[in-house]
Design a binder for this molecule. Structure first.
Ligand SMILES: [Zn+2]
Length: 251
């Protein structure tokens, strides 16, 4: 599936500057403590696809997270008007592979509204067959130019995988098979582990890097060419539960 049509109609994109501050009419205590919330410019699109490049998509995510961290959250568009506008079709500007953890909802961390992010969520942010098919759909059919693999601090799935490696823990039900794909990352982190380091955090980072590398090397007939040619970018990221910051790496 070619993304060339999107590229042909691309007109240069729109930057993320020009934030329209709102909140002047919100004069009561609901106003955020450290400053006004903001509405970001609409995502430019044509012919049912986003016009954002991968870099523009990344900049938008960073700006949304910067505002989240600063208690100046983006006023994400979840209005009925927006709902009606996208009821017949979606044009997400990024695909996110995230953990199921209730504290790491991508729309919240990045200040995204309805129809903006295409998200695969599994405990441990691993891409299985269903996840890969989902990404193929989000990228090739819906036109998302960016895939972000988002791990996070103190991930329960990574902790469980580490317990299997360190203590030969037996996990009940489907939990064992679920964390199996994370075990190579734990083994890698263990082999490079230094005294005083935190194995779970090291394994969490290694897991993100591994998923990013696997996606970059994918032979998917649907999105492999787009990724390898650089039309679609895959980047890793790690969320700090304490500060709210998403640190992007492998950009
Ligand atoms: Zn997690």
């Amino acid at each position: 599936m070619s993304l060339s049509r999107r590229d042909m109609i691309k007109t240069g994109g729109v930057g993320i500057i020009g934030l329209a501050a709102v909140g002047g009419s919100v004069a009561h205590a609901a106003k955020p403590k450290h400053g006004a919330s903001a509405v970001l410019p609409p995502i430019p699109q044509a012919d049912g696809k986003t016009l954002f490049t991968a870099d523009e998509a990344l900049a938008r995510l960073k700006e949304g997270n910067r505002r989240f961290v600063a208690d100046q959250p983006v006023q994400a568009d979840i209005s009925s008007k927006r709902r009606m506008a996208i009821a017949q079709g979606q044009a997400p500007f990024a695909a996110i592979v995230s953990c199921s953890d209730s504290r790491v909802g991508p729309e919240q961390l990045f200040g995204a509204g309805l129809g903006e992010l295409f998200i695969v969520r599994t405990a441990g942010n691993y891409v299985d067959t269903a996840g890969m098919g989902s990404l193929e759909f989000g990228v090739a059919s819906l036109g998302a130019p960016l895939i972000v693999v988002l791990g996070h601090e103190r991930c329960g799935a990574v902790k469980a995988a580490a317990a299997v490696v360190k203590e030969n823990a037996k996990l009940p039900g489907s939990l064992g098979p679920m964390v199996e794909p994370i075990i190579p990352a734990v083994l890698l982190a263990k082999s490079e582990h230094t005294e005083g380091g935190d194995l779970v955090e090291e394994a969490g980072h290694a897991n993100v890097k591994r998923v990013v590398e696997n996606l970059r090397a994918t032979r998917s007939p649907v999105i492999g060419d787009s990724i390898q040619s650089g039309k679609v970018k895959v980047v890793g990221a790690y969320y700090d539960l304490d500060t709210g910051t998403v640190d992007f790496f492998d950009v």
